[in-house]
Design a protein around this ligand. Structure first.
Ligand code: G1P
Length: 287
């Protein structure tokens, strides 16, 4: 059973400057909900209540977001704004959220290594803090189901165009079914024309605790950072790893164009905005 989730949220957010100079990219809101709240909600919806967020310099707003704010609660109570009062309490109580700070930006593998004491000797979920999944069944739940069935680490993957494989971790292996593949290799951001497939690592993982020893043995990789993909390649020498093609849509909020698209898509799905927003879009597109 998977009881713990780790959410790395320590990256510098250089793809979203200048907004992320003094604000964590994980706090960029899609309409009115910060990205990381969608991510925590996915873990909670998958039945996980113990969450460790790997934060870093300049990320304090994330801690405040999931903490009580007594002054705000008192003000909402005075105004008899029961709905927002209840929502603020729910937000502070939605999970048991813990924090640890990555001291230097040394890559995703290094960030996950900070979770070793909290995770201990059990398998755990990883959800990248800048990636929102839109799906009927939470993507982490989909991976947990595959973990239950196959008993090894599971990586969420999705197909990407051949000319974009160099932006992702790419997996290769043998298909066991329409959705599951047993891996034989993984490579972080392969040069075009050298990728083993066009199945990209999509920002959600179930990892066995052996990953921590593998991270210790991982040399610096792409970008001079400790890459989680390289550590998983070491893990693959010890145990089976599976890839699970996700059912759902991935939104990478750290990318400006994706952020814009996600905002529009989510606004069109929100009851209070759907109609006037659609009308507005039609008007400006007709100009
Ligand atoms: C990270 C991972 C990569 C994965 C990607 C998904 O890369 O290292 O394997 O495909 O997230 O978003 P980053 O986007 O941090 O460069």
């Amino acid at each position: 059973m998977i009881r713990k989730a780790v959410i790395p949220a320590a990256g510098l957010g250089t793809r979203f400057l200048p907004a992320t100079k003094s604000m964590p990219k994980e706090m960029l809101p899609i309409i009115d909900i910060p990205t990381i709240q969608y991510v925590v909600q996915e873990a909670v919806d998958s039945g996980i209540e113990d969450i460790l967020i790997i934060s870093g310099k300049g990320k304090r707003a994330i801690e405040d977001h999931f903490d009580r704010n007594f002054e705000l609660e008192a003000r909402l109570e005075e105004k008899e704004d029961q709905a927002w009062h209840t929502e603020m309490r729910r937000l502070a109580d939605m999970a048991n959220i813990h924090f640890v700070r990555q001291k230097e930006a040394n890559g995703l593998g290094d960030a996950i290594y900070y979770a070793r004491h909290h995770v201990g000797d059990e398998p755990f979920a990883v959800l990248l803090g800048d990636t929102i999944m839109d799906s009927v069944i939470p993507v982490t739940q989909q991976l947990m189901d595959t973990y239950e069935q196959y008993g090894g680490s599971v990586i969420a993957v999705e197909e990407v165009p051949n000319d974009k494989v160099n932006r992702y971790g790419i997996v290769g292996g043998t298909s066991l079914s329409d959705t599951i593949m047993e891996l034989s290799t993984l490579i972080e951001k392969p040069a075009l024309g050298t990728a083993p497939s066009n199945l990209a690592i999509a920002g959600r993982y179930i990892l066995t605790p052996d990953i921590f020893q593998c991270i210790e043995q991982t040399p610096k990789g792409k970008g001079g950072e400790i890459q989680l993909t390289d550590s998983m390649l070491l893990l693959l020498r010890r145990e089976n790893i599976y890839a699970h093609r996700i059912e759902g849509q991935r939104h990478d909020i750290g990318n400006k164009l994706d952020f814009l698209k996600t905002t529009v898509e989510f606004a069109l799905k929100r009851k209070e905005f759907a109609e006037p927003f659609r009308k507005f879009l039609e008007e400006i597109l007709a100009k």
